[in-house]
Write a protein that binds this ligand. Sequence first.
Ligand code: LMR
Length: 402
Amino acid sequence: MPLPSLARIPAPPDPILGLAETFRADTRTGKVNLSSGVFVDDTGTTPVLQTVIEAERRLADAAGTKLYRPIDGEAGYREQVRALVLGADHEAVTSGRALATQTPGGTGGLRVAADLVRSTGGGQTMWMSEPTWPNHPQMFHAAGFRVRTYPYTDPTGLRIDEEAMLGALAGASPGDVVLLHGACHNPTGVDPSPELWRRIGDVIEERRLLPLVDLAYQGFGDGLREDAAGLLELVRPGSELIVSTSFSKTFSLYAERVGAVIVIASSAADAAAVQSHVKAVIRVNYSNPPAHGADVVRTILADAELRPRWELELAAMRNRIKDNRRLLVSALEARSVPGNWSSIATQRGMFALLGLTTHQVARLRDEHGVYVVGHGRINVAGFTPDNLDPFADALAAVIATS
Ligand code: LMR
């Protein structure tokens, strides 16, 4: 019996990507996929950005090489990403105490961060919001963490229960890791205010916790700098934290798996030492990173003509999502669907959480061909002129007969 017997028992499907597989296999016409967080245009397709096409043309003309890349990625990419997240003039950048590493997407960055902490004797407990992205608990559990949750939104789901959140974090032990969503909280779309970020920073400092910030949507909320402002509240003199970022959504480079992990240590010397451990955990995992996506991102960020064009493309995606939010609220209110929907219009990022029961989610799928994630998380960026009304009709029908 060469394979372990447990391997013969099928694993449960992934709560998000598993749905995409079921959706693909669904033969009904008019099916609607609002499950995984991907941006689509009015025709329902996910276009390659014009700046990406131009960068790829330049890269092809330059006829580079397919040699291995450095374990932590190419220096130009690492520098651009660090400046994009923290700001080129930030003290953590100019002092050299923040160092970036290329990773395979944001998920890869989170996993590298987890392996770094576990392999160097860091805290074993990871605190995360309830609710959070479904891959967070399973990923950090797989990496050897004990997962604990802190309360996030209040029972309405529309506001953060600040005292409950801070109270839970005040009970964390020194060295524990606190996972925070940098912007565009997944799944709720509800982000901390600047004042709450300050208070979170205070608790982290007092309790000597290690923040790990998941920044997968920088620029999808209010803007590039605006969406990094919260995490910058945590970058205080001498403070230490880890940020994982992703370019899947903001460069529409989903399939290229390009992201980064940024470690901010208290000094440049410590950062250099930590970087050696980052490289060690990568070497025993995927060895070194793929080149193409990082080359595209670096080409765009470093180019005086392409970069502002990309920022316009990013703004167009952000504005389309905001428009979709308003259109969704209007569609639900026009049908008098019971519920308080108006705040969906002012939430941030790709997702909204409708607070549905498991049964309602199943009925949407089985009776109407509408795919949403658990508790009714919807990808607001997935609405088109063709699927918005069918979705609103389906939701109205399911809620009316629940
Ligand atoms: C999502 O939350 O839908 C995205 O981040 C895609 C994914 O990998 O789950």
